[in-house]
Design a protein around this ligand. Structure first.
Ligand code: NAD
Ligand code: UDP
Length: 341
C-alpha cells in the first residue's frame, strides 16, 4: 500500500510517517517545508531503516501534485499540510484560507482527476466551537470557532461532506485531534516550533532548557477546578497510531463511502497547573511561571468523548501523562535547537 502524506515533515506528520513505515505502508511525503525541516524525514528513515520518497512542493501547485500522482500508484492520502497558529490566523486570515481551504480543494481536485478516493483529514477539536458542551461527541453539530484557523477546519469538513454527496466513490475520515504533545520515545523527532512557541508544552520545554525565562499561564480565574484551562492532551505517538487505525478502518470497510469523523483524545481534561506540575516531576526541576491575563479566544475546558474511535477504530490513547512529559523532555534536551544542526 502506498500513501501520500502532505505535510509529512511536520510535527504530527513525521511521527505518523514513522508509524506507517513500521506498519509496512510505503510513504511519499509532499511538503513545502514552510514550517518544518527535511531533517525530520532523514531521522525517520534512520529510526525505521526504511526509505521515504520526498517531494518538496506546495499543495496549491496542482501541476506538481499531478506529477506525483502520475509517478506513484497512490492508494490513499493523509492530509496534514496546513498553517496552524491560531493567533497568526487572525493577523493573516487570507493566507490561512489560501493554504488550508484552497490548498485542500486543489489536492481533492487532483485526487479526483487521478481516481484516488481515500482521504484522511487532520481536523481539530476546534470545530466544535463555543456552542457545544463538553465532552465533545462526533454527533454534535459543527460549531463556530473564533479564529480563522478554526473556521478553515470547519470549512474543509463541510467541503468533504459536499464532495461525498456528489461523488459516491469518495471515502473520507476526518480525525478531530485534541491536544497532541510529546515526542517519539527515541528523542530523535519532536515538535520544533519556529520562533516563540504558541502552544503550552513547547513553551514549558523551552523554559526548562533555559531558552525562555518563565512561562506565562494565561488565566487562573476560569470556572475549572484550579482556575486554569483544561485540555485533553494526548501523546503524539498515540495520535500517529490513530492514523494507521483510520487507514485500517477504510481498508476494513470497502463498501463505505462518505465522511466519518472520529475524535482522537484521551477523554480526560488536564489543567495548565497540572501540566506544569507533571513536567516538574518528570524532569525533577522547577518551572518558573507567572499568571497572566486570559488569552483571547481560549475556551475554559474541553475534552473528547473518544468512545467512537475506541470502538470502531480499535484505537485508544494509551500513553500516560508522565510519558508525554518524559518524551517531550528527551526530545527538547537532546535537541535544544530543534532540527537545526
Ligand atoms: P506542522 O506545522 O508541524 O506541520 C504541517 C506541515 O505542513 C509542515 O511540515 C508544513 O511545512 C507543511 N505545509 C504547510 N502548508 C503547506 C502547503 N501549502 N503545501 C505543502 N506543505 C505545507 O503542524 P502539525 O502540528 O504537525 O499539524 C498537522 C496538521 O494537524 C495540521 O493540519 C493542523 O492544523 C492539524 N492539527 C494540529 C494540532 C496540534 O495541536 N498540533 C491540533 C489539531 C489539528
Ligand atoms: N497556555 C498558557 N501559556 C502558554 C501557552 C498556552 O497558559 O504559553 C495555555 C492556554 O491558555 C490553553 C492551554 O495552555 O489553556 C493549551 O494551549 P495550547 O495553545 O497549547 O492549545 P489550545 O489552545 O489549542 O488548546
Amino acid at each position: 500500500m502506498q500513501v501520500l502524506v502532505t505535510g509529512g515533515a511536520g510535527y504530527i506528520g513525521s511521527h505518523t510517517v514513522l508509524s506507517l513505515l513500521e506498519n509496512n505502508v510505503d510513504v511519499i511525503v509532499y511538503d513545502n517545508l514552510v514550517n518544518s525541516s527535511i531533517e525530520s524525514i532523514d531521522r525517520v528513515e534512520k529510526l525505521t531503516g526504511k526509505k521515504v520518497e520526498f517531494v518538496e512542493g506546495d499543495i496549491c501547485d496542482k501541476e506538481k501534485l499531478s506529477r506525483v500522482f502520475k509517478q506513484f500508484s497512490i492508494d490513499a492520502v493523509i492530509h496534514f499540510a496546513a498553517l496552524k497558529a491560531v493567533g497568526e490566523s487572525a493577523e493573516i486570515p487570507l493566507s490561512y484560507y489560501q493554504n488550508n481551504v484552497h490548498g485542500t480543494v486543489c489536492l481533492l481536485e487532483v485526487m479526483q482527476q487521478h481516481k484516488v478516493h481515500n482521504f484522511i483529514f487532520s481536523s481539530s477539536a476546534t470545530v466544535y466551537g463555543e456552542e457545544n458542551n463538553v465532552p465533545y461527541v462526533e454527533t454534535m453539530k459543527l460549531g463556530t470557532p473564533s479564529s480563522p484557523y478554526g473556521a478553515s477546519k470547519v470549512m474543509v469538513e463541510r467541503i468533504l461532506a459536499d464532495l461525498a454527496l456528489s461523488d459516491s466513490k469518495f471515502r473520507a475520515v476526518s480525525l478531530r485531534y485534541f491536544n497532541p504533545i510529546g515526542a517519539h520515545e527515541s528523542g530523535a523527532i519532536g515538535e520544533d516550533p519556529k520562533g516563540i512557541p504558541n502552544n503550552l508544552l513547547p513553551y514549558v520545554a523551552q523554559v526548562a532548557v533555559g531558552k525562555r525565562d518563565k512561562l506565562r499561564i494565561f488565566g487562573d480565574d476560569y470556572p475549572t477546578k484550579d482556575g486554569s484551562c483544561e485540555r485533553d492532551y494526548l501523546h503524539v505517538m498515540d495520535l500517529a497510531q490513530g492514523h494507521v487505525a483510520a487507514l485500517d478502518w477504510l481498508n476494513r470497510h470497502p463498501d463505505f463511502s462518505g465522511v466519518e469523523a472520529f475524535n482522537l483524545g484521551t477523554g480526560n481534561g488536564v489543567s495548565v497547573f497540572a501540566i506544569v506540575k507533571a513536567f516538574e516531576q518528570a524532569i525533577n526541576k522547577k518551572i518558573p511561571f507567572e499568571v497572566s491575563p486570559r488569552r483571547v479566544g481560549d475556551l475554559p475546558a474541553f475534552w473528547a468523548n473518544a468512545s467512537k474511535a475506541n470502538k470502531e477504530l480499535n484505537w485508544q490513547a494509551n500513553r500516560s501523562l508522565e510519558q508525554m512529559m518524559t518524551d517531550t523532555w528527551r526530545w527538547q534536551s537532546k535537541n535544544p535547537n530543534g532540527f537545526l544542526i
